[in-house]
Each structure stands twice: as C-alpha cells, then as structure tokens.
Design a protein around this ligand. Structure first.
Ligand SMILES: [Zn+2]
Length: 250
C-alpha cells in the first residue's frame, strides 16, 4: 500500500532502531509490541526522573549550591524513585545482590553529577525534558536539558551506560537533536553534550556543523523513505534474530 502524504513521526531512537534492524523497527513501531523491561532501561528511567526533578527545582540564578546539599537531595530522590520502581525491579529476576549493585552504581552517578554541577555553578538550565517536534521533518525528540552558555544553546543528554564512549548510535542521536533543535527553535544549536554519568569527567561535546546537520537530514529522509510500508516483509531482520527476544509476546 502506498500512502501519499503520509509521514510517520520518527524519534532518534526509532531511526537508530531501524538502522540496527528493520524488523525490530517493525515490531516496535508498526506492530507496537511492548519492549521487555531490563535493568538498564528501568535504572535509566529512574536516574533520568531524579535529574529532571533536580533541574526543575535547582535555582536558575547561577549561584553556587552546596555540594553536600545537592548530593543529599539527589540521593534522597533516588531512594524514593528506586522504591517506587521496586515491583518492576524485582520482577526482573535478579538477585538482591545484583539489584544492590545497580542501586550503588546509580548513587555514584548522581554523586558525579553533583560534583560536576558544583564545578559549573553558573551553568543555567533553561529547559529540562524538553519535547521538540517538527511536522515538516516528521521528527519528535525529548531532550534531557537545554543550557544557555553566554547566549549559545547547548543540548545535554544524560547517559547511564557503564562505558563512557560515543558510539555511532549516540552520534546519530546527537545529529538528529541538532537538526530538530534548529527546526523547532528557528536558530542553530551550538553543541550537543553527552553527559556520561558513570564517569567523573565533564560531558563530551559534539560540535554542530553543516556536515553533522547534513548527515542528520540524510538519516531522517532515508528512514522516512524506508518506513512508508506497513507490511512485515518490507522489514527484514538484519540482527540475526536478536530483535525477536526484545519484546513481550513475540
Ligand atoms: Zn532483527
């Protein structure tokens, strides 16, 4: 079936999913199967919620926050969110010991974040969990935080992965955010910062230039082209069958 004028709304994750395996894209975005929960997914959500709350309440005036006070707030909120997620965490079938390890790791991530925040007291968060949409591009993305540094906008993405490494997937995500930001706000984005919370270091900066935006445009347009069909046979598996195990009821 060919639909004229039909444009799927894609997210950076959807585009990365298509590139990882078209069949996985089909299962998730067309058949709409539910993704199996994993410790990484739940932990990532918990830490993101804590940081969103922190960005919501932290003073925007640029005066320095006491490190201990920040850490206590973050750890208290983590304990609360962890508790709230306990039923789904316990349903994963991990041992108490393993869960405790992930909780400790998450605490360390927030301690690292507080230390970074303290080193950068004048960094203003202008928006958090900002939903950027472009009908024209058929794109939607939610960015963790937007900073304003001397009038230059910076998008920040928090990562809770263990390895602080810019993968091709992260680079594509950053490129798409940059394109979407420009379209949504009508002004170019300066940099995308990838903040690996597992590391004590500063975020990794990805500079936005014409080449990156061109790359993003190509990714978005080709994924739109390739995902017009609703037919399963148009979405071959290229991941060796791994995708089938990522969903409930497949
Ligand atoms: Zn596959």
């Amino acid at each position: 079936m060919i639909r004229i004028g039909f444009k799927r709304i894609l997210s950076p994750t959807a585009i990365n999913t298509y590139l990882d395996c078209p069949h996985k894209f089909y299962l998730r975005y067309i058949k709409r199967l539910k993704t199996k929960p994993s410790i990484y997914l739940i932990r990532g959500n918990v830490v993101h919620r804590v940081l969103a709350r922190f960005n919501q309440h932290s003073p925007q005036t640029g005066h320095s926050l006491a490190l201990v006070q920040m850490q206590r707030t973050l750890l208290r909120d983590l304990a609360q969110e962890w508790q709230r997620s306990l039923p789904s965490l316990q349903a994963l079938g991990l041992s108490e010991e393993q869960l405790r390890q992930f909780e400790l790791e998450s605490q360390l991530m927030l301690i690292n974040f507080a230390a970074w925040k303290q080193r950068n007291p004048t960094l203003l968060v202008t928006r958090y969990e900002a939903r950027l949409v472009s009908k024209k591009l058929g794109l939607l993305g939610i960015v963790d935080a937007i900073h304003d540094i001397g009038g230059e906008p910076i998008v920040v993405d928090y990562k809770t992965s263990r390895r602080p490494e810019i993968t091709p997937e992260i680079e594509r995500q950053a490129a798409i955010y940059a394109l979407l930001y420009g379209e949504f706000f009508g002004r170019p984005l300066e940099e995308v910062w990838i903040h690996f919370l597992a590391s004590e270091g500063d975020p990794e900066a990805i500079r936005v230039d014409d080449a990156l935006l061109h790359y993003a445009r190509t990714l978005v347009e080709s994924t739109h082209q390739n995902t017009i069909s609703e037919q399963e046979e148009d979405y071959p598996c290229t991941c060796g069958g791994r995708c089938e195990r990522d969903f409930i009821n497949t």
